[in-house]
Structure formats: structure tokens, C-alpha cells
Design a protein around this ligand. Structure first.
Ligand code: NAG
Ligand code: NAG
Ligand code: NAG
Length: 200
């Protein structure tokens, strides 16, 4: 292709991209209150969030080898317009079993490959001392979520160390509140999942 033609196409694509990008509405969460606690005998951790160039940074420092870990999550999501509509969930999972599932299943491997781009992940249990992190992570966005109602959310996240005699001891306890609201943005982050075929 002649150079002039190439430049034309580049411009064309660029204009198309900008026009399209400026018009995007997405549902984005923002955090109002983030309280993190950890038992510094075992771990320290940090959570940072940038709403403008949306990303999350999570850093975990393991100071003492962890034999096994249970994760407990409580989530409540309430519609802003009508709080009679809400969703709550409590779940407890064993982290070490999730890791072995990840290593054994093709979907797990796919998610692992995706997440691995963002940092240094825990690969196996027991979890050896060291720094683990996910930096500049954002989940894949989809403009169709902007049609959902705006919400307030609350997340309680805790982690328990389970030692060889099955004693459970809390090592992390985080409380996060925030809201999911619709924004006009020009930096939608579609990510890997947006490439999957859509239904409907
Ligand atoms: C997240 O980490 C990246 C890379 O280390 C850094 O450039 C960015 O400023 C951090 N963001 C926040 C919100 O701390
Ligand atoms: C989170 O924990 C706080 C304090 O323990 C509690 O008041 C709140 O109801 C919990 N939230 C959820 C969603 O379970
Ligand atoms: C979750 O746990 C909290 C406190 O333990 C309880 O108040 C709440 O009803 C539970 N929610 C669900 C959906 O089980």
C-alpha cells in the first residue's frame, strides 16, 4: 500500500476510534471508604485505587509461611433508587483449593494467564514468604452494563490462616464501601473477556 493510503487509513481509524470512544457510557465502581486490617505477624497488605485511569493495585507481603488459607467474603449490593431491591451473599472458600483448581482446569489456566500479566501471583500452598502483587488491574468492562441500575455496595473480606492442626486465625479483615454509577468515559477497558462471542 502506498504511504499516503496508509496514512489515510490510520487517520480514518483514529477518528473512528475517538468518535466511538467519546460516546461510551459505562458502569464504574468507586470506593468511598476502604478500611484494611492485617495481623502483622503474618501479613501486611495494601489496596490502592485510581478512579480516573481505572485500576486497582493490591500488594500482599507474606511475613511468615502460611500453611493453608480460608477466604470469607460478604457482599451486599443495594439499588440506589429503590433499596427494596438488593443482593447479598456470604461465601467461604479455601484459597489453596482454588489454586489447585486453577492449575488443573483450562478455564482456571486462562484466568491465571490473564491475571499473570498484572503481577506476581501466589503459585502454590504452603504460601512462602515474599511479596505478591497485582498492579494496574481492571476488570473487563462492557458498555451494556451501563443499562443496569446504579447501586451502593459493601464488601467485607477476611482471610484466615489454617495451621496444620486446623486452627483458624484471622489474618486479614477489610471493609470496603462504594457505589457503582454510570459515567461517560473515553477509556473503556474491554479486556480479554470482551473478545469472547456475545450471546443475543
Ligand atoms: C499502581 O501501581 C502502578 C505500577 O506500580 C503505579 O504506576 C500506579 O501509580 C499505582 N496506582 C495507585 C493508585 O497507587
Ligand atoms: C460487614 O461487617 C460489618 C461489621 O462487622 C457489618 O455491620 C456489616 O453488616 C457487614 N456487611 C455485610 C455485607 O455483611
Ligand atoms: C451473611 O452473614 C451475616 C453475618 O454473619 C448475616 O447477618 C447475613 O444475614 C448473612 N447473609 C446471607 C445472605 O447469608
Amino acid at each position: 500500500m502506498a504511504l499516503r493510503m496508509k496514512i489515510f487509513w490510520l487517520n480514518f481509524v483514529f477518528v473512528l476510534y475517538c468518535g466511538w470512544a467519546a460516546a461510551e457510557k459505562v458502569m464504574r465502581p468507586s470506593f468511598k471508604d476502604v478500611k484494611v486490617w492485617s495481623d502483622e505477624k503474618y501479613v501486611t497488605h495494601k489496596l490502592a485505587f485510581d478512579p480516573k485511569d481505572p485500576h486497582l493495585n493490591f500488594t500482599l507481603n507474606v511475613l511468615k509461611e502460611l500453611h493453608d488459607v480460608d477466604l470469607h467474603t460478604q457482599i451486599r449490593i443495594v439499588q440506589k433508587k429503590d433499596p427494596t431491591y438488593f443482593f447479598t451473599t456470604n461465601s467461604t472458600m479455601n484459597f489453596c483449593r482454588i489454586i489447585s483448581w486453577r492449575n488443573a482446569s483450562p478455564i482456571g489456566a486462562l484466568i491465571h494467564t490473564y491475571m499473570k500479566e498484572y503481577g506476581n501471583l501466589i503459585e502454590k500452598c504452603p504460601i512462602v514468604k515474599g511479596e505478591y502483587f497485582i498492579h494496574r488491574f481492571w476488570y473487563p468492562e462492557d458498555v451494556t452494563f451501563a443499562t443496569l441500575p446504579e447501586v451502593d455496595f459493601e464488601i467485607n473480606f477476611s482471610a484466615y490462616h489454617v495451621d496444620a492442626s486446623m486452627n483458624r486465625e484471622m489474618i486479614i479483615n477489610d471493609h470496603i464501601t462504594g457505589e457503582g454509577t454510570v459515567h461517560d468515559v473515553n477509556n473503556v477497558k474491554p479486556g480479554l473477556l470482551a473478545l469472547l462471542p456475545k450471546v443475543g
